[in-house]
Design a protein around this ligand. Structure first.
Ligand SMILES: Cc1cc2nc3c(=O)[nH]c(=O)nc-3n(C[C@H](O)[C@H](O)[C@H](O)COP(=O)(O)OP(=O)(O)OC[C@H]3O[C@@H](n4cnc5c(N)ncnc54)[C@H](O)[C@@H]3O)c2cc1C
Ligand code: FES
Ligand code: FES
Length: 1335
């Protein structure tokens, strides 16, 4: 590399403070710099690839041309610090703090209950804050758009959107579907006639501070001076391995590009950054110009618009909007097509970073813009030292033909997009797993020009994305069609030819081959219809319009701002005002979440001498380890040690769970060894250098089917049987048999698993800080691994950034891996799993296969069911046996089936071991019963809701395992759900809609729920607490439960406040640890509040009993007086509290027991609209009724229900794990695993907490953490209903099974039509597919 001058100083501002970095390293990104160098840990790491929004910050720059300051959101993980010269960065810490003043955005997010675990909250705050800096009174659309790039796994988004809405003038009147009516005015929502008063107010907006834009920090004047400096000079930053050069003139840039032709031109870094991080691309030199005017302009002429290559996609969006508003409609077809895709391309952050030039040049195969630009005949203006030239942005360029390419020294100056003309039609079409912020499964840009006044094709272009390694042109097809009329025969030929021309091989990367083939022609058909509609508008006499019932196929689903109401019991007016129980109290840490001051494990400052750990995982599913060669890794600078199974002093295999693989590996993703180094970057680099030689072992079992073939199980069969199944089958009218597949699910907690293991100097003590649901388990594993008594190990758990079951067992294994390293080296170890590793190693929900045989009468009454369940447990026991037991016990859901046999086994496979996940088997098992009930309905030609109701438990009954229960609240939830959702009226309306629309169908479904709480063993329901009263009257409450966002600590404060009769402000909860409460069981099974609440209550009652004599002597005294007096009288002010546990049991021999302390009932109704041509669906409305008995905190309970519902909806619709046939998990990031975003939630969302009695639980409450998950299946069955309507219309009346998830692929391929019939099919025996299902 040529010699370069010394490194320059990098100057930028963070939160108003000047940062001068003398050693700016081009490989360092802003997220790392903020968190680790500036120690501003409010900005979070969630994925590192721009896909989750947890790291959102605001960047502000002064534009010397316009003299304006431009604020925009970015994902800090993709911003190289070197690109920040002259910029002002605002992080959540700079927005507001509890130490100084919190900002209205933070206050409202917290008070609207928009935070649960709080890990996404700083990112949410920054997205809304940046929006408000640009638009102090945003529209509702702007709010939804601003949040599209931020993922939240806990809340279900509704309260986050609501907090944003409080800034919008549009939101003062609630407008249901633009009717202008307030949803509270609707008759069906009118509750005042009911005996019990219903409340809907979860917060008080009168408390909110007003937003005063004049109070925002000013842009640093120094940066204005720097930007206006006429003598700016080129900057160079020299890093450890790379050089960054920032030219300030176009000439400099061209010189540099000539000198370093291979160096990338870093603009938004949204393509370069991810390739470096995820594909190990290395560049010794980066060129990144400061804002050059030559690349930042819009120029509109009579013929078209030229847009500078440096324009961000957000600026492109603004420029196109402006052009569209100025130009006649006929000229703006290309711009409007681009605008449609710009709305859903990535999230707001990426759109503000990514540039037009970067997009065009990087030519991703999934590009949403390039196919449209090509169809619109765009031209690329290039420049180099040699001069300027133009190249067409056409098929040759997009297909990367060498002769159509840029020369290495050339840069894109701008892109010219011609206006469209009257007889010219341009469209952009796309389908993705999720509507916004998801790469297209297939997209297309198409255009057609006609001879003026005719429908004769003069010119035709079709470009497709995501059908091969590049965007491809269907040039031949288009050529052949020139001169043809735009009519049905033309369409038929076009479809056949395009399928021949664009061939997706059966084993193509990305899978979904038949679906993608179908999309190719389905999108073409949509274009065909659009053009026909366009021609008709041009001349209705000459060109007939498309059939009326086809018109809804023209439009994609609109993105609406969600709205709804939450209803709950009002607090008894007679309750003392100080008593917080029953009130929607804000999460105890909500403000800290919103200010970024809530400390998660990796936010903790460095510990002296700490090292970082990176793990090396198996690349084989089942193999012998021949050798591990770590010599190259050990030779790298900063590497301290490599840890293997040999280094485990105690149990490397504890209860069947292996810490470090020894001799053999049993899944892809199993930890083989770990590298400890002085920085994480070095540990990671070194981990890549460890060489492991394997020899494959047979069998390699990946799917349930394969496990059954090999008789590979993790435990014996579990069975429940009642009645006489065989006999009953003889007398029923009909019998059906079927199979249901429910695929797995990734927890996708926003905080990946994180550990800080600190070895102590003495007595082999070790302290761990981590996010877990089960500190005791971690203590057990670490003690066993280190071969020390458990008393030497302390696990501290303050909070987890989401858990959902994924932090019950896995932290023990991973914590022990870290502890072994810390023990061996004698230094603290920080172990933060990257998102890809977390998804690969920790696994998730069990995929399930069910086979059923159902006997029923013609009136829909089910008489007999024989169901077999198999779950894919993965390679080690984990909790699979228990999950399977729950599947068997819970699978009847709300139905009484007199002759019922249900059995199952967990399969042992060579996948990472699946584990607990919210609902613990229930969400999978109940899909099966709902599926066969739906199938029975279809066979009897009855509505599914009728068959559900006929078979539902009606009176005090016994479950199949002979536990007595009263289903009265179930019936109430069901009835209210049907009534208040206007189910029957809307069903009729949907039928009407379906008659009028051939390509779009609506569906409704209502599902009942009988959800079990807790565990079938009493000792698993025990809990302990420790309460100290200090002499100033303040109270410290500690218990064994873990706070992971569900608000457990908040509820415990409410309990202690009521029991001690003191304000909540007196009570503090700090953390959970094995030091303070020993042997605590996991926080799971919806039992956190139940059992810990009883323990806290017990402790408080003991203390109050002790204080009684003092209180009696001075009844008018204050709490402080009584505490002082009690101390004087030597009364102990500290005690433990204990709850023995609910009396539950299960005898698997007898197949009976009182397995669960009580049930939570509910019902949910959802309505969807399905696009039969693409498989997209839109959730129009959901009504949920959940029996909460008496809610201790309605805000938290509703938060749990809504969050779980959205997570369930994700499970049943868009979340899809992809495995290779060799057992490699492909989906390891938010790019390829799609959880719901704000766009997926119901447009109208109504949640009601139904009042009932539950004297067994604290304050007659119920545990609501998991129940909502299954209610998400109402969306699945609504989709089923819509698809059924489509199939019926197409003459397909046979019952079909819709498995879970109902992805766009499944929906589209089930809506069989002429297009699905047309695609080529491959003989499965002739190829190995790219991915397989493992259920
Ligand atoms: C999380 C995420 C989600 C995304 N979602 C979508 C999506 O839904 N749909 C979609 O279409 N895209 C999506 N993208 C891709 C995104 O559109 C591209 O990454 C982006 O447009 C590239 O622009 P950039 O400025 O960041 O390029 P950079 O990363 O800065 O550069 C990319 C390449 O272009 C070259 N280059 C840049 N500018 C010029 C120039 N003026 N002249 C010559 N060469 C140049 C560079 O040398 C480099 O090789 C997504 C990206 C991310 C990270
Ligand atoms: S961490 Fe930056 S977007 Fe996820
Ligand atoms: S609160 Fe959003 S991820 Fe937990």
């Amino acid at each position: 590399m040529p010699s370069l001058p010394n490194s320059d100083e990098l100057i930028f501002f963070v939160n108003g403070r000047k940062v001068i970095e003398k050693n700016a390293d081009p490989e360092v990104n802003l997220l790392f710099y903020l968190r680790k160098i500036l120690r501003l840990p409010g900005t979070k790491y969630g994925c590192g690839g721009g896909g989750c929004g947890a790291c959102t910050v605001m960047v502000s720059r002064y534009d010397p041309e316009t003299k304006k300051i431009h604020h925009y959101p970015v994902t800090a993980c993709l911003v190289p610090i070197c690109s920040l010269y002259g910029a002002a960065v605002t992080t959540v810490e700079g927005v507001g703090s509890i130490k100084t003043r919190i900002h209205p955005v933070q206050e409202r997010l917290a008070k609207c209950h928009g935070t649960q675990c709080g890990f996404c909250s700083p990112g949410m705050v920054m997205s809304i804050y940046t929006l408000l800096r640009n638009h102090p009174e945003p529209t509702l659309d702007q709010i939804t758009e601003a949040l599209g790039g931020n993922l939240c796994r806990c809340t279900g988004y509704r309260p986050i959107v609501e907090s944003g809405k409080t800034f919008s003038v549009e939101s003062t009147v609630c407008q249901v579907k633009g009717s202008g009516k307030c949803c509270m005015d609707q008759e069906e929502r009118f509750f005042m006639t009911r005996q019990e008063q219903i409340c809907t107010k979860l917060y008080n907006e009168e408390e909110f501070q007003p937003l005063d834009p004049s109070q925002e920090p000013i842009f640093p004047p120094e940066l204005i001076r720097m930007a206006e400096d006429p003598n700016k000079r080129m900057l160079t930053f020299l890093g450890e391995r790379t050089t960054w050069i920032t030219p300030v003139t176009l000439n400099d840039l061209l010189e540099l590009k000539a000198k370093f032709p291979k160096a990338p031109l870093v603009m938004g870094n949204t393509a370069v950054g991810p390739s470096i991080k995820f594909t190990d691309e290395f560049h010794p030199v980066f060129i990144s110009p400061l804002r050059l005017p030559e690349l930042h302009f819009v120029d509109t002429t009579d013929d078209g618009v030229t847009i500078g290559a440096g324009y961000s996609l957000a600026q492109l969006n603004d420029a196109l909007h402006f052009t569209v508003s100025e130009q006649p409609k006929e000229k703006t077809k290309t711009y409007r097509a681009l605008l449609k895709h710009l709305r859903t391309l990535a999230g707001a952050q990426i759109r503000n970073m990514a540039t037009l030039g970067g997009h065009v040049v990087s030519r991703p195969n999934f590009s949403d813009l390039n196919p449209i630009l090509a169809a619109g005949n765009a031209v690329i203006n290039l420049i180099s030292k040699e001069g300027e030239r133009q190249i067409p942005l056409d098929g040759h360029f997009l297909e990367r033909s060498p002769e159509a390419n840029l020369k290495p020294e050339e840069i894109v100056l701008s892109v010219y997009i011609p206006h469209s003309t009257p007889w010219h039609f341009v469209s952009g079409l796309r389908q993705a797993q999720r509507q916004e912020n998801a790469f297209a499964i297939v997209n297309a840009g198409m255009s057609v020009k006609f001879e003026d006044g005719t429908a004769r094709i003069k010119d035709l272009h079709m470009f497709y994305g995501s059908v091969g390694p590049t965007v491809v042109s269907a040039a031949h097809t288009c050529q052949q069609l020139i001169g043809r009329r735009w009519d049905d025969p033309m369409l038929g030929d076009a479809c056949r030819w395009v399928l021949e021309e664009i061939y997706i091989p059966p084993a193509a990367e990305g899978g979904m081959v038949e679906y993608r083939r179908t999309l190719i022609i389905s999108l073409l058909f949509k274009f065909y219809l659009k053009v026909r509609r366009g021609l008709n508008k041009m001349d209705p006499q000459k060109f007939p319009d498309i059939p009326e019932n086809f018109t809804s196929a023209l439009e994609d689903f609109p993105i609406e701002t969600p709205q709804g109401i939450q209803m709950f019991q009002c607090v008894d007016p007679k309750q003392p005002p100080q008593d917080p129980v029953g009130h929607p109290v804000m999460h105890q840490s909500a403000i800290k979440h919103a200010t970024g001051e809530a400390v998660f494990v990796d936010d903790m400052p460095p510990v002296a001498q700490e090292l970082f750990l990176a793990v090396v995982t198996s690349t084989r599913a089942h193999a012998k380890i021949i050798s591990i060669d770590a010599s190259e890794a050990l030779a790298l600078p900063g590497v301290v040690d490599v840890i293997t199974a040999e280094d485990v002093p105690g149990d490397n295999n504890h209860n069947g769970e292996v810490l470090y693989a020894q001799n053999e590996v049993i899944c892809v993703g199993q930890i083989v060894c770990a590298v400890a180094a002085d920085t994480y970057a070095r540990a990671r680099e070194a981990a890549k250098k460890v060489k492991i030689a394997y020899e494959d072992i047979e069998p390699r079992i990946i799917t349930i089917e394969q496990a059954l073939e090999h008789n590979s199980f993790l435990s014996v069969e579990k069975k429940i049987e009642q009645g006489n199944v065989e006999q009953a089958f003889k007398y029923v009218d009909q019998i059906i048999e079927g199979e249901v597949h429910v695929e797995g699910q990734e927890h996708f907690y926003m905080e990946t698993q994180t550990f800080l293991a600190i070895p102590k100097e003495e007595d082999k003590e070790m302290v761990l800080h981590l996010g877990t649901q089960y500190p005791t388990h971690v203590q057990e594993f670490v003690a066993a691994a280190l071969n020390v008594p458990r008393s030497r190990i302390v696990c501290h758990m303050k909070r987890a950034g989401g858990a959902f079951g994924g932090k019950v067992t896995k932290p023990a294994l991973l914590g022990a891996v870290a502890a072994v390293a810390a023990n061996k080296i004698g230094r603290p170890i920080r172990f933060v799993l990257e998102r890809e590793d977390d998804m690969l190693i920790t696994a998730g929900r069990h995929p399930l296969l069910a086979r059923y045989k159902i006997g029923f009468m013609n009136n829909g009454v089910v008489k007999a069911a024989d169901v077999e369940f198999y779950i894919n447990g993965g390679c080690t026991p984990d909790e699979s046996e228990l999950v399977l037991e729950f599947v068997v016990l819970k699978s009847e859901n709300a139905y009484y089936i007199p002759n019922f046999r249900c059995r199952g086994r967990p399969c042992k496979t060579n996948l990472p071991s699946n584990t607990a996940f919210r609902g613990f088997g229930f969400p999978q098992a109940t899909v099966v019963v709902e599926a066969y009930i739906t199938a029975v309905a279809s066979q009897c030609d009855l509505p599914p809701e009728e068959v559900r109701e006929i078979n539902m438990y009606k009176r005090i009954s016994k479950t199949a395992y002979k536990q007595t229960f009263n289903p009265e609240p179930l019936r109430r939830c069901w009835k209210e759900c049907l009534e208040k959702s206007s189910f029957y009226a809307r069903k009729l309306a949907a039928e009407e809609f379906n008659k009028k629309n051939y390509w779009k169908k609506r569906g409704l479904a209502v599902v009942p729920m009988k959800f079990t709480i807790g565990m079938p063993m009493t000792y698993y329901n025990q809990a302990a607490a420790l309460v100290h009263i200090y002499l100033d009257g303040s109270v410290l409450v500690i218990h064994g439960g873990c706070e992971m966002g569900q608000g457990l600590y908040t509820k415990m404060i409410q309990v202690a406040s009521r029991e001690l009769n003191i304000p909540q402000s007196y009570i503090h909860l700090s953390e959970t640890s094995t030091f303070t409460v020993p042997n605590a069981i996991f926080t799971a099974g919806s039992m956190g509040t139940d059992i810990n609440g009883k323990a806290v209550q017990n402790a408080c009652q003991i203390l109050m009993a002790r204080l009684q004599p003092v209180i009696r002597k001075n009844p008018q005294g204050s709490w402080e007086d009584w505490i002082a007096k009690a101390f004087e009288e030597s009364i102990s002010l500290s005690t433990t509290g204990y709850f023995k546990g609910y009396q539950t049991n299960m005898d698997w021999e007898k197949e009976e027991g009182n397995a669960f302390p009580y049930y939570v009932y509910g019902a949910s109704c959802s309505e969807v609209e399905v696009d039969c041509l693409t498989g997209a669906h839109k959730l129009l409305r959901t009504d949920i009724f959940v029996d909460a008995a008496f809610s201790i905190n309605p805000a938290l309970d509703i938060g749990q229900i809504e969050g779980a519902f959205i997570q369930g909806m994700g499970l049943y619709t868009i979340e899809e794990l992809k495995y290779s046939p060799e057992g490699v998990l492909y989906s390891r990031s938010p790019d390829d695993y799609k959880i719901p975003t704000v766009t997926e939630i119901p447009e109208e969302f109504y949640v009601t907490l139904v009042r009932s009695q539950n004297p067994i639980a604290i304050y007659s409450s119920k545990g609501l953490g998991e129940a909502g998950m299954f209610l998400g299946s109402s969306v699945l069955f609504a989709i089923y209903d819509a698809v059924t309507a489509a199939r019926r219309e197409r003459g397909l009346t046979k019952t079909f099974t819709l498995s879970s998830p109902a992805t766009p692929e499944l929906i589209r391929m089930t809506c069989v039509d002429q297009f699905t019939d047309m695609i080529p099919r491959d003989d499965p025996s002739t190829f190995t597919p790219w991915s397989i299902h493992v259920s």
